[in-house]
Design a protein around this ligand. Structure first.
Ligand code: PBG
Length: 327
């Protein structure tokens, strides 16, 4: 057979396969979501996220140490407060849970890069991502509270803020507020392309943040839409977002590519709780090979165009990268 082009030639050995590999990874691109809660001396397992815990601030050190040992320096903090109210005041309290975690980690773990999720849903008694007007979230009133929250995170030591509420205009509002208060150097990672997704189920158990009525479809995106994803991304870039996130990851990699090709900012994608839970559940049943699936999912995210991967598997992926099993 006279075949000039034989793609198999470049697959003939491990050395060659690694030489021509198109996607390379680095633990510096990984972010680990960390749940911190009010209280003292407690570590609570989360049933639907095997291997992931919620920590009181005095116990989060052990997780931060494990992250640093694994080579993961980037942490996104999520707070689980003891008390919730109509206006989510715990989100912007000086002694709020995330603020306390930031102060401590800045003191004890200066090598950890501190990012915060900015949202109201963990702090409101109704579980929605903003203040209510009747049964609907009041967009513009919520912007003030989100800005206050972002500013209070930064004052407590956040080095980057990541608004995840999906209100219109929040990037511009937060940018203005940070700039007016002398924090023009703090980047904003926008959850710009965030879908109303059933993949967040285990997170809502972990953060106790499921809406008490209705759903989030009036602010999070309809997952049938692709052009709207670009509209949201471009709008947030215009408003001053430094990094654009697509969330969830695995079922939305077409949009990672779309946003990557049509913007000039770094792209993050969040492999959410439901993705992690599915892998863990199947692996615990012996139905899949956990590590291989995890590596394949991570590689696919970067191959799609992500620069940053937010994942509950951050430590394990970092280990695989370091040991040359992927990337
Ligand atoms: C807060 C927020 C959510 C997630 C990240 N930030 C939950 C939601 O929007 O309901 C989901 C993360 C995950 O599922 O791992 N708004």
């Amino acid at each position: 057979m006279e075949l000039k082009v034989r793609p198999r030639r470049l697959r003939s050995s491990e050395v060659l396969r690694k030489m021509v590999r198109e996607t390379r990874m680095d633990p510096a691109s990984l972010i680990y979501p960390l749940f911190v809660m009010d209280g003292e001396n407690k570590v609570e397992a989360i049933d639907s996220l095997p291997g992931i815990n919620r920590y009181t601030v005095d116990r989060m050190d052990e997780e931060l140490e494990r992250l640093l040992d694994a080579g993961v320096k980037n942490v996104m903090f999520f707070g689980i407060p003891e008390h919730k109210d109509e206006v989510g005041s715990g989100a912007y309290a000086d002694d709020g849970i995330v603020q306390k975690a930031l102060i401590r980690s800045k003191e004890q773990f200066p090598d950890i890069y501190r990012i915060t999720d900015v949202c109201m849903c963990e702090y409101t008694s109704h579980g929605h991502c903003g203040v209510l007007c009747g049964e609907d979230v009041d967009n513009d009133k919520t912007l003030e509270l989100l800005s206050k929250t972002a500013l209070s995170h930064v004052k407590a030591g956040a080095q980057m803020v990541a608004p995840s509420d999906m209100m219109d205009g929040r990037i511009a509002a937060i940018r203005d507020c940070l700039d007016d208060n002398g924090h023009s150097d703090i980047p904003i990672m926008s959850y710009a392309v965030k879908f109303a997704s059933a993949f967040y189920g285990p997170f809502r158990d972990a953060a106790d943040s499921a809406p008490s009525f209705g759903d989030r479809k009036s602010y999070q995106m309809d997952f049938h839409n692709r052009r709207e994803a670009l509209k949201e991304a471009l709008l947030d870039v215009e408003e001053g977002a430094d990094i654009i996130m697509v969330k969830p990851a695995m079922s939305y990699l077409d949009l990672v590519r779309e946003v990557h090709d049509n913007t000039d900012v770094p792209i993050a994608t969040y492999s959410v709780s439901g993705e992690y839970a599915m892998v863990k559940a199947a692996a615990l049943n012996g139905w899949i090979e956990e590590e291989k699936i995890m590596c394949e999912m991570a590689t696919a995210a970067f191959r799609a165009g992500a620069d940053i991967y937010i994942t509950y598997f951050a430590k394990e992926i970092a280990k695989c990268i370091k040991e040359g099993r992927i990337g």
